[in-house]
Design a protein around this ligand. Structure first.
Ligand SMILES: *Cc1c(COP(=O)(O)O)cnc(C)c1O
Length: 357
């Protein structure tokens, strides 16, 4: 990757390491013998990424009509689950038309608008313990127990809707022991609720949110421990995004200018957080490698070309002395990076995309 990035010569660029992603996904798959693995497309819906993951996953979780059409066109035979709040009538019709396997229902109103025969999981919003989560998905997502009971009553009178189980995505950024604790809490609640509502062979989708530590890139989610700890019955389904694809994308760019203002050194890079918004949304210093410079390190702030003080990749971090033309690679840019960024702000050129094969 280093050599490829330095020889590119044209920046900024995204580079995706497809063989690395393939091996990573195979390892995760092998660690989860009793569990169905779906990929949450919103982490990175790049078609090459989807095709690389396809042999290792049981399906794709999508959250919009756009993702639905894109995933169906990219992977015609894959199973899909359609989640997310505020699904439109058009999106629900599209899901029906494109043979989505499961709709994750977010509200009674959505349930009443489902067209044709549909198999659903009801998304539950449960008041469970999630200490240390980076994000908790409460608020508008899913339904509390009284509302789920309303849905069950509605389904009992709607022959075209089949209640298959429960979907839960409660938090992100949890390590394996915390995820297992959460899975146990969800399973205990969901199995008894589903039994009370006459669902045989219940399905439980317990969501994604497996931790990715940008401060310690080598500390990975412990899939082995997680896979061994998950109960085998009923088989659970998970839908991680970030922990699958974050590690196999790089945003590579070069130094345009270096200057010291009021004693602080700024390294100005081609491009900016309109291409890699991750450090702004996460509020972190994005991990990077200086590919062409070495030697004694000094403190500097890495910024982009945008005319806003928020365009910061990493603040007051140690870097080797950099000059114009030096190449920097931001690592861990394979998830929630390009596809969440505000590309058109300031109308700078877009990055090019490259795939290691
Ligand atoms: C975003 C999302 C995921 C994936 O979360 P990650 O943190 O990327 O693993 C899974 N399920 C639902 C419902 C989501 O909204």
């Amino acid at each position: 990757m280093n050599e490829y990035a330095v020889n590119l010569g044209s920046y900024p660029a995204y580079i995706y390491d497809l063989p690395g992603l393939d091996a990573h996904a195979a390892e995760i798959r092998a660690a989860l013998p009793n569990t169905e693995l779906f990929y949450a497309a919103k982490a990175n819906p790049d078609a090459e990424i989807l095709r690389t993951l396809a042999p290792h996953v049981d399906g794709i979780e999508v959250s919009s009509g756009g993702e639905l059409s894109h995933v169906r066109a990219t992977l015609p035979d894959t199973r899909m689950a359609f989640g997310g709040p505020g699904k439109t009538t058009e999106e629900l019709a599209l899901a029906h038309h494109l043979n989505v396997d499961r709709i994750h229902v977010e509200s009674p109103r959505e349930l009443s608008r489902l067209p044709g025969p549909t198999s659903v999981l009801l998304r539950a919003n449960l008041p469970l313990r999630t200490p240390n989560a980076a994000l908790t998905m409460s608020g508008p997502f899913g339904m509390d127990e009284p509302t789920l009971n309303d849905c069950a009553r509605h389904i009992a009178e709607a022959p075209h809707i089949e209640l298959r189980g429960i979907h839960v995505h409660l938090a992100s950024g949890l390590d394996a022991p915390a995820m297992l604790d959460l899975a146990t809490q969800i399973r205990d609640w969901a199995l008894s609720w589903l039994e009370a509502h006459g669902v045989s062979d219940p399905e439980l989708n317990i969501g994604g949110g497996m931790a990715v530590d940008y401060a310690e890139p080598d500390t990975r989610f412990d899939w082995q421990t997680y896979g061994q700890g998950l109960p085998a019955t009923p088989p659970l389904r998970i839908e991680p995004g970030r922990a699958l694809t974050a590690y196999h994308g790089w945003y590579v760019t070069d130094v345009l200018d270096v200057k010291t203002t009021h004693g602080d050194t700024y390294v100005i890079l081609r491009g900016g957080t309109h291409h890699l918004r991750t450090p702004v949304t996460k509020g972190h210093d994005h991990p990077f490698k200086a590919l062409t410079a070495s030697g004694p390190e000094e403190r500097a702030t890495l910024v982009g070309q945008l005319c806003t003080p928020k365009d910061v990749f990493a603040r007051d971090v140690l870097v080797p002395r950099l000059s114009p033309g030096d190449v920097i690679a931001f690592t861990m840019a394979g998830a929630y990076a390009w596809n969440i960024s505000h590309h058109d702000f300031l109308m700078h050129p877009k990055p090019t995309f490259h795939y290691l094969r």
